[in-house]
Unconditional design. Structure first.
Lengths: 179, 368
């Protein structure tokens, strides 16, 4: 479209006027539009754009897009709600919490595109389930530990003991916020 | 507390103009998305599961021991279409919740700062609204409710992925923090497109206040975090706070420039808007919102002195279709609404002026 005023340049600005509640649209180029419109003065001291300002201040460039060409694997449907990955892609929403397990392999590339990282670093929940899981892990490790001692594999035993300790620590601070 | 309270009150606590930055920041909103373990998400759950979720939340919120949090409970099925619409217009429920057909409900505190939506996109959505810029304070309040619910409900939570939500854009913290900003000068000087692009790169989203689509009705924008996973709540809030403060600086700068360089053109425009609001006989919501925005700017700049910000906030609520009909006590078609809107604004703004003349300029609400 060509500017209605100078009839030379391309019209890039649309001006909507209200006259007796009728909308009238006019199309001008940047140059002509600024003549009509008192508000569009160029603010001086503008070479530092907001964009520049923001990225200077946060120091992060555009996040590299991970355009990993995801190999089309045959994926299982979610055993709980029956959602397929294809269905998920269509609606963009998971059907239940188990979908996250069912599609765990597909998650990282997708989450990298949407999110800052693929690992949660915020508030944790005082989750009974979680506690049970930790306790099961500890029991298992303890069995292995005993076996290692019996078989006199002391180095293995030491590593196992450390593992137990880390999980025990997790178990005890489980409900507290990690800052 | 009955529903009438929530429908008639046009000055909820979060709209009071008291904090810093009230010349630009209108309100702060925190939303936490949570789901209950072992129950399918609302997109695929059964009516029985929906009831089960509602039952659990009902039990926890209404029978809690904390005496200072009192919730009123409203099942969606018991509300009329107009009542739901008003709650949407007040930002107490989301448009999605208003449309739910399965069992869904909202829990509200009397001051309208806290709302807990049940069976929206996720089982539980905790929302806290605060006036001005109060990200951390508002989060602390929402977190309180979260901890209260957590005592009774086992959340769907994953060690790697944090709180599991129906949409992967909420997974992790489930936290969406938004700040509502009035940015007339950046809009007038055509800086918004650049700002919106920049925000996207910083992991922030800019939207119109009345949701997506209604891009910048009344020059009110909502800036919120896009990222919910891989950043802690504190980092999300800090980053948003920083971004918002930068935007405020830019807006103030643009206002100053406009005022000093084209003051007569600006004053002319702002006073014309006041004229339109006071004397027009037909007003569409777009025109009313844009005029209210101009008058607000004039009040902020001290060009217009006898109108309070609280008054303008109230008008901004009242010009919406649902509110108008509630106020008129009857159903109104769009053309009738435009006439009624003009009448109502005239009333609201002139009676206020008259009061001001009698009382003198005693109010502290002016922001010069």
């Amino acid at each position: 479209m060509i500017c209605e005023h100078c009839k030379q340049r391309h019209a890039t600005v649309t001006v909507t006027q209200l006259q007796n509640s009728n909308k009238i649209e006019r199309h001008y180029c940047e140059v002509c539009a600024s003549k009509f419109h008192p508000m569009q003065l160029d603010l001086q001291e503008e070479p530092v754009s907001i964009h520049q300002l923001m990225s200077d201040w946060l120091g992060l460039p555009l996040k590299a897009k991970h355009q990993e060409t995801q190999k089309r694997k045959k994926t299982m449907d979610c055993p709980v709600c029956g959602m397929s990955y294809r269905q998920f892609l269509k609606v963009g929403k998971f059907g239940c919490a188990s979908c996250y397990d069912a599609f765990r392999e597909q998650l990282p590339p997708m989450l990298q595109r949407l999110q800052a990282d693929v690992k949660h670093t915020g508030k944790t929940t005082v989750d009974g389930q979680q506690q049970v899981r930790y306790q099961q892990q500890i029991e298992k490790l303890r069995e292995q530990l005993l076996q290692a001692i019996e078989e006199e594999r002391f180095e293995d035993a030491a590593t196992l003991r450390d593992e137990v300790k880390t999980i025990e620590k997790k178990l005890h601070v489980g409900g507290v916020d990690t800052p | 507390m009955n529903i009438e309270h929530f429908l008639n009150n046009t000055r909820p606590s979060w709209m009071e103009a008291t904090e810093d930055y009230t010349d630009i920041v209108m309100s702060t909103r925190i939303r936490l998305a949570r789901n209950i373990n072992k129950i399918r998400f609302p997109i695929s759950f059964s009516e029985e599961e929906a009831k089960q979720v509602e039952e659990m939340v009902l039990h926890t919120l209404l029978e809690n021991e904390q005496k200072d949090v009192n919730f009123s409970y409203f099942p969606m099925k018991e509300l009329t279409v107009l009542q739901r619409q008003i709650l949407v217009e007040k930002h107490l429920i989301s448009p999605a919740l208003a449309k739910r057909e399965k069992t869904a409900a909202v829990f509200l505190t009397a001051d309208e700062s806290t709302s807990v939506m049940v069976n929206e996109e996720d089982h539980i959505r905790i929302q806290y609204l605060a006036p001005g810029l109060q990200l951390h304070e508002a989060y602390a309040k929402a977190d309180e409710i979260d901890r209260l619910l957590e005592k009774q409900c086992t959340y769907a939570y994953d060690e790697q992925l944090g709180y599991l939500t129906s949409c992967p854009t909420n997974v992790g913290t489930g936290l969406r923090a938004s700040v509502m900003l009035h940015l007339p000068a950046l809009t007038m000087t055509k800086k918004m497109n650049l700002l919106i692009q920049t925000m996207a790169r910083l992991g922030m989203v800019v939207r119109g206040i009345y949701g997506e689509g209604s891009e910048n009705l009344g020059n009110v924008y909502q800036i919120s975090n896009q990222i919910t996973l891989g950043k802690s709540e504190q980092d999300i809030l800090d980053d948003l706070q920083n971004v918002v403060e930068k935007v405020i600086q830019r807006e103030r700068h643009a206002r100053k420039e406009l005022f000093s360089k084209v003051s007569i053109a600006l004053e002319d425009r702002l006073f014309r808007s006041l004229g339109t609001l006071m004397y027009a006989r037909v007003l569409t919501s777009e025109e009313a919102a844009s005029c209210l925005s101009n008058v607000r700017l004039a009040v902020d700049l001290g060009i217009i002195e006898d109108i309070a910000l609280g008054q303008l906030n109230e008008c901004l609520l009242l010009i919406q279709p649902g509110f108008l009909q509630q106020y008129a006590h009857t159903t109104l078609q769009a053309p009738e609404r435009d006439i009624y809107r003009a009448k109502l604004l005239q009333e609201k703004l002139t009676t206020h002026n008259r009061n001001e003349l009698i009382r003198g300029k005693g109010e502290d609400l002016y922001d010069v």
